[in-house]
Each structure stands twice: as C-alpha cells, then as structure tokens.
Ligand binder design. Structure first.
Ligand code: F6P
Length: 319
C-alpha cells in the first residue's frame, strides 16, 4: 500500500476532522502517501484531490465540519460517474480508500469495494442510524448541542408555563430525540420507532401540570412528524400554549466532543492499519469501549435494533 485516499461524504458530522487527521498522520508515520479527495464521491468523479502532508491536518482536530468538504453526489451513483470515479482512482494512484460518512457513504464504499478498490468505511453521521455500530462519529457532539438548546428553551418554557416542542434531526432514526430526551429530562419523546400517540403525550403533560410542573418539553424526531402540526395538536388537546423550535443545522456543526475526537482518531488510524495488512472492504464501529471492524456488506445488511429500554426509561423518569 503506497497511497491511500481519504474522503468525507453525505451530511458532515463533528469528529470527521479528527478522523481525517488520524488517517493522514498515521499513514505518513507508516511511510504511506495520503491524498485527500475533495467533496466526497463528487471529488472522485471530478478528480478533485489534494496531496496531504503533516501540516495539512494541523489545527483541525477541534474543528467541526470537514476540511475536505462533503457532498451528496448523484453523478457517482450513475454508471458514467462511477466509471469516471474508478478511472480517477487509478489515475491518482490510490491503492486504498478510507470513506467517512453515513449510510449512503458506506454504500458507495461497498460499490467501490465490489469493483476491486480496497476500501474501509468509518461511520460518520450525527443520526446514529447505522445498524452494526453502537455509536457513530458526531452523534454525541450533536446531542450536546441539542441539550444546550433544551436547557435554554426550558427556561422560557418555565417562565411562561408553556409546552415547547423541539424538533431534532436524525432522518428516520429517533436516537437524537431519544437520548437528548433522557439526558435532558424531556416530558416525552416522539420518535419514528414508536407509533405516535398524541393522547399519551398530552396525558403526560397534564400529569406534570397537576403536580406543579411549570414547563413541558417534548422532543420530536424529524422522522416522526412535523413540529408545527404536533404543537398545534398538543395545544388543542391540553389547552396549554404550545410553541415549537426546529433546531436544524446547529446540530451538525460545532466543536467535536472529547468522545468524537477520540473515536475519530482511533478509527482513522485503524482504517490505515487494516488497509496496510490487507484487510479490505471493512467498516469500523464501536461496541462498548472497543473499536471493531466487520465486513462492509454484512454490516449494511443488518437491521437496526431499537433501544426500547432507553425509551421506556425516558418515560419512567419523566413521571
Ligand atoms: O444525515 C444527517 C442529516 O443531518 C439528517 O439528520 C438530515 O435529515 C439530513 O442530514 C439533512 O440533509 P441535508 O444536509 O442534505 O439538508
């Protein structure tokens, strides 16, 4: 392995820079040249890349976003674009590729792996929606951002005696809402994994009011409904003034947490190590305190297990 490429694709996530830095520095330490592919798979299609050195990744470990840029490339999915990407990989002399991103990125990596390009996937998405790994890079930073917003909204919720619905990201996965709900003491979480029962949500709010609670926070995952509709329904049923906030892209940016920097660094180095010892077409994941790897195809065929225990606990603790 003489030259390794690294790219970040899909929605960016805090901690991606730590992973890029580790790929570059661990690669150079092992006498491997590293090329950074710009803007995800689009950069492969367009042949847009930059040779990386030790200084290219100086002063980035603490920064959100990705210094390589990211994109969702439609061209790469088409046959023409994919062939261009393969050609550019050869032209650039890339012997192995590290892809950092979510579900779509890992699917892209699998397609390249099937075409004979040695790949390693690093799970980078705030959504925490990949079935094979306990956590993804960026998830915990995003949670912290959500919690900061929850605390601020709770202040004004108490002052005005309102219900506040807070919509968070996650696509079809409710983990951001669920974990922020537990850690932020929300009255209720509404997530796609559980059928939305608005009456139960309202009962919970009314129970809280009955014992003197001044605020009510409902965390809504974007995949489970629309914040405006849900707050209108809650207000109609409970008679309590209900406001909503959509946190949006604040959840994707910001200084990565210690945990995301740690797993980003460990995974970046591990990806290079695997490529060097010819363990190709793997994804990295987290299980307990360990970074593990498994076959990319197998990982993508797995079904996500819903964390019902955490859901039930969140409900119990908000009585
Ligand atoms: O996958 C990360 C994510 O932020 C999702 O939570 C969200 O639904 C989506 O990306 C937004 O995508 P885009 O960046 O294309 O607007």
């Amino acid at each position: 392995m003489r030259k390794i490429g690294v790219l970040t694709a899909g929605g960016d996530a805090p901690g991606m820079n730590a992973a890029i830095r580790a790929v570059v520095r661990f690669g150079i330490y092992n006498n491997i040249n590293i090329v950074g592919v710009k803007n995800g798979f689009r950069g492969l299609v367009e042949g847009d890349s930059v040779e990386m050195n030790l200084s290219s990744v100086a002063d980035i470990i603490h920064r959100g976003g990705t210094v390589l840029g990211s994109a969702r490339s439609k061209e790469f999915i088409g046959e023409d674009g994919f062939q261009k990407a393969l050609k550019n990989i050869k032209y650039l002399g890339i012997d192995g590729l590290v892809t950092i991103g979510g579900d779509g990125t890992l699917k892209g990596a699998l397609a390249l792996g099937r075409s004979g390009i040695p790949v390693i996937g690093i799970p980078g998405t705030i959504d925490n929606d990949l079935p094979y790994t306990q956590y993804t890079l960026g998830f915990f930073t995003s949670l912290t951002t959500v919690l900061e917003a929850v605390e601020k909204i709770r202040d004004t919720s108490s002052s005005h005696g309102r219900t506040n619905v807070i919509e968070v990201m996650g696509r079809n996965c409710g983990d951001i809402a669920l974990y922020a709900g537990l850690a932020g003491g929300a009255e209720m979480v509404i997530i796609p994994e559980v059928e939305n029962n608005i009456d139960e949500v309202c009962d919970k709010i009314m129970q809280g009011r009955a014992r003197g609670k001044k605020h009510s926070i409902v965390l809504l995952a974007e995949g489970a409904g629309n914040a405006k509709d849900i707050s209108e329904q809650i207000e109609k049923i409970t008679g309590i003034t209900t406001r909503y906030s959509v946190l949006g892209y604040t959840q994707r940016g910001g200084t990565p947490s210690a945990y995301d920097r740690l797993i980003g660094s460990q995974m970046g180095a591990k990806a290079v190590e695997l490529l060097c010892c010819e363990k190709f077409n793997k994804v990295l994941g987290v299980k307990g305190n360990e970074i593990f790897h498994m076959d990319i195809e197998e990982a993508l065929s797995m079904k996500r297990a819903f964390d019902r225990k955490t859901y039930e606990l969140t409900k119990i603790l908000s009585i």
